[in-house]
Design a protein around this ligand. Structure first.
Ligand SMILES: [Zn+2]
Length: 357
C-alpha cells in the first residue's frame, strides 16, 4: 500500500483516511476470485497495515509504503520525503515500482563549500542534509607588503598561492574519498567566482564529471540555507533532465529508433519484456485489462492473447505496467513537468529490441 501526505499537518489522520478509502474502495476487487485461505491472508494484511497506522507517533515523511505478507509473517515500511500516489496492490510479488521511481528521483548530492583556507562538505539525500566534514588548512593571510620593487610581495603571493593550491588539493582528496566510499550522483560547489577555476582544476576527473553547478553559499552560510539552495538547484536540474529525457524518447520513437510512445504500444513492449526504461508522467492513469494468470496487459481485449483466459478490468493499468516493467529489470522514471509526453497518454519506453508497430 502506498500513501502520500499532501500537507504536513495532521499526517496521521490523513494517512488513516487514505488507508480506509483504499481498503474500502478495493474491498470487493481484491477478494474477487480468491480462495478462502487467500482471502483470510489478505484480510490479515489489511489489519496489519491498519494497526501500524494507528500506532504511528511521529511522521517525518511525506510518502509511506507498507508491504505486508501475513502468510510469511513479513511486514516492512519505507518512508520517503515526497508523497506517493495513494494506491494498493495485491499480488504475488511486492509492488516496488513506485520505490524504484522514487530512487531514480532522489540523487545523492555532495555539497562542498570551499574558501581559501576552509572547506565544509555536506551530503544531501532523500530530503536529509548531513555535514560530513569540515576543515581548515593553514594558509597564511593575504598581507600586502609595500616593497619597493614588489619582489617581496610577489614571493609572498607565490607562497600563499602554493598553500592555497595545497588546500584545494586537500579538498579534492576529501571529495574523491567521499565519492569512493559513499558515492554521489551530483556535486554542487559553493566557491567564490574568482576561485572556481583553481578549485575545478584540482578535482579528480571522476569527481569533476559529477559537478552539476554552483550554489551561492560560503563557508559561513548556515546549514539550513545551504540545504534550501541545494534543493532549489536539484529541482531545477531535475526538471531540465525530465525535459531532455522526454525529448530523447520522442525523437527516438519518431525516427524509428528503440523507443515506443503511448499506452497501447508501451503495454505491448512490456508484454514482450522489451522495456529497458519506462517513462511515466507522474500521476498518469488509464483504464486497461490484465490477465490474472499470466500478467498479460491490454487496453480493451477480453481474452488473453497468450493463454486465452479471461482478462480482468483495472482502473489504472499504469500501476500494473510499472510493476511488470520492474519485474524484467527496467528502470522507471517519473516526469513531473508538462511535456510532449502528455500527448501520448503520459507514457512511453526505451526498448531493448524493436517492437512491432
Ligand atoms: Zn494470460
Amino acid at each position: 500500500m502506498y500513501l502520500g501526505l499532501e500537507s504536513a499537518a495532521d499526517g496521521k489522520h490523513q494517512l488513516i483516511a487514505q488507508f480506509k478509502d483504499l481498503a474500502g474502495k478495493n474491498g470487493s476487487a481484491i477478494f474477487e476470485g480468491r480462495s478462502q485461505s487467500e482471502k483470510a491472508s489478505i484480510k490479515r494484511d489489511v489489519e496489519r497495515c491498519a494497526e501500524f497506522l494507528e500506532n504511528i507517533h511521529k511522521i517525518d515523511v511525506r510518502g509511506l509504503a507498507l508491504f505486508s505478507c501475513a502468510g510469511r509473517d513479513a511486514f516492512e515500511t519505507v518512508g520517503v520525503p515526497v508523497p506517493f500516489r495513494p494506491h494498493m496492490v495485491v499480488a504475488q510479488r511486492a509492488a516496488i515500482a513506485p520505490l524504484i521511481a522514487a530512487l531514480d528521483e532522489f540523487k545523492r548530492i555532495a555539497v562542498c563549500l570551499v574558501d581559501r583556507r576552509e572547506a565544509r562538505l555536506f551530503e544531501y539525500f532523500m530530503g536529509r542534509m548531513e555535514e560530513v566534514a569540515s576543515f581548515v588548512d593553514e594558509v597564511p593571510g593575504r598581507v600586502r607588503v609595500g616593497g619597493r620593487f614588489g619582489t617581496e610581495e610577489a614571493r609572498i603571493s607565490r607562497h600563499i598561492q602554493s598553500h592555497e593550491y595545497e588546500h584545494f588539493k586537500n579538498v579534492a582528496d576529501v571529495l574523491f574519498e567521499q565519492f569512493k566510499v559513499r558515492g554521489f550522483d551530483w556535486l554542487f560547489l559553493g566557491v567564490r567566482p574568482e576561485l572556481r577555476e583553481n578549485v575545478e582544476h584540482v578535482l579528480h576527473s571522476y569527481v569533476r564529471s559529477h559537478l552539476k553547478g554552483y550554489i551561492d553559499a560560503t563557508f559561513k552560510t548556515p546549514a539550513k540555507e545551504v540545504k534550501k539552495m541545494t534543493i532549489e538547484l536539484a529541482e531545477r536540474l531535475r526538471l531540465d533532465e525530465n525535459e531532455r529525457l522526454v525529448e530523447r524518447l520522442i525523437v527516438a520513437a519518431m525516427s524509428g529508433g528503440q523507443a515506443v510512445l503511448g499506452l497501447s504500444k508501451t503495454l505491448r513492449a512490456i508484454n514482450m519484456a522489451a522495456v529497458s526504461r519506462l517513462i511515466v508522467r507522474a500521476g498518469a492513469a488509464g483504464k486497461g485489462m490484465a490477465c490474472e494468470s499470466c500478467a498479460y496487459l491490454g487496453l480493451r481485449r477480453r481474452e488473453c492473447e497468450l493463454c486465452g483466459r479471461r482478462m480482468k478490468k483495472h482502473e489504472n493499468i499504469i500501476d500494473l505496467a510499472e510493476e511488470a516493467a520492474t519485474a524484467v529489470g527496467a528502470e522507471i522514471s517519473h516526469v513531473n513537468v508538462e511535456s510532449r509526453l502528455d500527448d501520448f497518454d503520459g507514457i512511453g519506453a526505451f526498448v531493448r529490441f524493436p517492437v512491432k508497430k
